[in-house]
Design a protein around this ligand. Structure first.
Ligand code: C2E
Ligand code: CA
Ligand code: CA
Length: 714
């Protein structure tokens, strides 16, 4: 007779009274019910767990295996009693505590459904107690084990730190013998550990740095220093040099004797190379590799200080290539660059080791010479540099002859007070003077050259002022039809009425203005004035057409994008027939950039403005420029009309030019006719037009108008 059979109690009550946690789980693993004890064990509320997957209270790592177990179990492949006393972890609600539990499984059929009844006993407390007892019993032994473990651990930590360290590290003995090395160090110098252990550290130190390494070692041994950071070089097995930063420190025994040294090394080869490269770049010209201005300045300061002390002579030579711009324009920048590089090499070959050669700018080179015994020596250097250019340069199909002009400044201990800037300025002024004298000249600086340079500078300043204060005006020189003696046009020529200097000729100020944007302003002024003047001119005598005006354009102006719009505007405002405006240009205009010249010419042609090719015969006179510019008028340069020498040759050329112009259907104009004989000669050659003092110099506008009212020149 059994009690429960006689006294049925609700299952619920029984479950709650049990000392273990109980859960009923269906075949899918869903919790059908559980008792309070299990809920309390997990930290969940009872209601939170009912209907949930049992895996919710399992640690993640057990979830899969549990599912498998449960399936097998539910499939009845395992006997119900087989699962007693299983250890299983239960995840507590806060998610971070894992309980150690004993677990048993059994199957139960309730109202036709099969349930797994899981009984869970928390045994954590018992386990802790067992561990505590074990610790208490084996206390001494445990301490020893722990100490050994700690040592092993620290040894292991050290090994890890040493072996796995990215920083190359070495242990060396007092004698500099290698005691220990890590992989990074081996990698850095390309030797294996076996090749290095027990050897002297000199073995891989760069020979020149053995001395410093030993010195530092000695100081550490002597107790002078304990730690030292320095840079040294190592020799890689391949022979490559490694630059490194080394932190070396000593381990000592109680009485201070050095036991060994630890060196931690940082390979700074690349860093150093980069810094070197950067400082190289900062001091050198990227194209030619020569010293740049900054390095030159630095050397100049040092050299001058030395010269003053030694009372020696030094010199700065400024060499400027003649017409280098033409090379770029004709052959392109690539050839231009190649030429510069080749020239730099030729110069380098003749540069003395004590001297400095520098690329100063585009096509300028500076040569700093020191230790000269006489000023003449500087001129000899200049001749040597020019001599280096004598042989033509050949690139692809191009054979280029390149000359240069040189300005020299010589100084000695006494001229110590001139500064760098002034020295180079003086060299520049001398070079400018050399250019003025023609190509290939050498000019040594003298104080009056400086004077010229100063006044040149002053002129530019004054010229700006002149424009603003109406000191500039246009004068007009008549252009004569050689057959009829009629005035067919006027050339507008600029005049500067300087308050102190009087009339300053354009030959003096136009070239100066051309070196700056000032020429654009002067050019605009000339065009404005000339167009306004021409729009008031009437036809002379019986002629049907009023005279045209020709205006000189500088190359700079021609390539200014504002030129065509500006002319268009001026023509519109004045109402002048565009065919009565002729622009005078020299071949240097086309020389600047022939492709661009064609574009500008196209626009000018469209406006119906004519072109006169000025100073014809003095420039390159290449037929391609003639074709590009397609001038209406060719102006034969005065040097053919009034030849100073080579009379016969000039005459032949004169004839040839006139014939060429006639053949090309261009109007030929001879400039600078001063005598009736010259006129007659030209007339005989069928030259169309003439200009010159024979008729009149350039005159103010009023006189030009009077001239038109008078009868044609007889
Ligand atoms: P260019 O264009 O060749 O002008 C002709 C020069 O020859 C003028 O000198 C003129 O006065 C001078 N001349 C004319 N007939 C004779 C003669 O029979 N005998 C002699 N010995 N000389 C004669 P100018 O006016 O002194 O001008 C010199 C140069 O200045 C001009 O040479 C031109 O290149 C430039 N120039 C003058 N005005 C302007 C201007 O408005 N703009 C630009 N860009 N250049 C100008
Ligand atoms: Ca002219
Ligand atoms: Ca001319």
């Amino acid at each position: 007779m059994r009690y429960f059979e006689d006294h049925p109690v609700p299952v619920h009550n029984v479950l709650e009274s049990l000392p273990s946690g109980i859960a009923l789980i269906d075949d899918r693993g869903i919790i059908g019910d559980l008792n309070q004890r299990l809920a309390a064990m997990t930290g969940y509320e009872l209601g939170d767990l009912i209907g949930q997957d049992i895996r919710m209270i399992l640690p993640e790592f057990q979830r899969d295996s549990h599912l498998k177990n449960h399936r097998e179990y539910a499939d009845d492949t395992v006997t119900p009693t087989a699962l007693t006393n299983q250890d299983l972890n239960v995840l507590s609600q806060d998610g971070n505590r894992i309980l150690s539990v004993d677990l048993s499984y059994s199957l139960m059929e309730l109202d036709g459904q099969l349930w797994a009844v899981v009984s869970i006993i928390d045994n954590s407390a018992q386990r802790d107690a067992e561990e505590a007892r074990a610790v208490a019993e084996g206390h001494t032994a445990a301490v020893e084990v722990a100490a050994a473990a700690a040592l092993a651990q620290s040894e292991q930590r050290f090994r890890l730190a040493f072996e796995g360290n990215m920083a190359p590290t070495v242990f060396t003995s007092r004698e500099g013998m290698l005691l220990e090395i890590n992989d990074s160090f081996c990698q850095m110098i390309g030797h294996t550990r076996e090749e290095l252990l027990g050897r002297d550290s000199q073995h891989y130190t760069y020979p020149e740095d053995i001395g410093i390494s030993e010195e530092i070692n000695q100081r550490i041994i002597s107790g002078d220093i304990d730690q030292f950071r320095f840079s040294k070089r190592y020799s890689h097995k391949s022979g490559r040099v490694i630059v490194a930063e080394v932190s070396k420190c000593a381990a000592r025994d109680e009485s201070g004797n050095m036991l060994y040294c630890v060196s931690s090394v940082r390979d700074i080869t690349e860093e150093r190379a980069l810094t070197n490269q950067l400082s190289y770049q900062a001091l050198h010209d990227p194209l030619t590799g020569l010293a740049n201005r900054a390095l030159f300045d630095d050397r100049l300061v040092q050299t001058r200080a030395r010269m003053v002390r030694a009372d020696e002579i030094g010199a700065v030579l400024l060499l400027d290539l003649d017409d280098f711009k033409g090379v770029n324009d004709v052959y392109g920048h690539l050839i231009g660059d190649q030429l510069l590089v080749t020239i730099a090499h030729r110069f380098e070959e003749i540069t003395r080791s004590s001297d400095t050669l520098c690329r100063f700018g585009g096509d300028e080179f500076l040569y700093l010479a020191e230790g000269l015994t006489s000023p003449d020596e500087a001129e000899k250097i200049a001749e040597r540099l020019l001599g280096a250019l004598a042989e033509p340069f050949s690139f692809d199909d191009a054979l280029i002859e390149q000359r240069a002009s040189v300005g020299i400044v010589v100084w000695d201990g006494k001229s110590a007070n001139t500064d760098n800037v002034e020295l180079v300025q003086n060299a520049d002024a001398s070079m400018y003077e050399a250019k003025r004298r023609g190509h290939g000249h050498v000019v040594v600086f003298t104080p009056d050259i400086r004077q010229v340079a100063v006044s040149r500078f002053a002129i530019v300043q004054e010229l700006r002022h002149a424009l603003a204060s109406n000191q500039l005006e246009m004068h007009y020189q008549p252009i004569i039809d050689l057959r009829t003696s009629d005035v067919v046009g006027f050339e507008a020529l600029m005049r500067w009425n300087h308050p102190e200097r009087g009339w300053v000729p354009p030959d003096v100020f136009i070239p100066l203005a051309e070196q700056s944007d000032l020429i654009l302003e002067l050019g605009a002024f000339a065009l404005h004035e000339a167009i306004a003047a021409a729009s008031c001119w009437e036809p002379q005598g019986a002629r049907a057409n009023a005279p045209y005006v020709t205006v000189n354009l500088s190359a700079h102006q021609f390539h200014d994008s504002n030129l065509v719009p500006m002319i268009t505007r001026e023509l519109k405002q004045s109402g002048l027939d565009p065919e009565r405006l002729i622009l005078e240009v020299t071949e240097s205009v086309a020389l600047l950039d022939i492709a661009e010249t064609m574009i500008v010419m196209e626009q000018i042609n469209r406006l119906k403005i004519g072109i006169a090719l000025d100073d014809f015969g003095t420039g390159y006179s290449s037929l391609s420029y003639l074709a590009a510019l397609n001038p209406k008028i060719i102006k034969i340069d005065q040097s053919f009309v009034r030849p100073k020498r080579d009379l016969e040759r000039s005459n032949t050329l004169l004839e040839a030019i006139v014939t060429l112009g006639n053949k090309l259907d261009m109007i030929v104009l001879a400039e600078g006719i001063e005598t009736p004989a010259q006129l007659e000669h030209l007339h005989g050659l069928h030259c169309d037009l003439g200009q010159g003092f024979l008729w009149s110099p350039a005159v103010p506008i009023g006189q030009a108008v009077t001239m038109l009212g008078e009868a044609p020149y007889a």
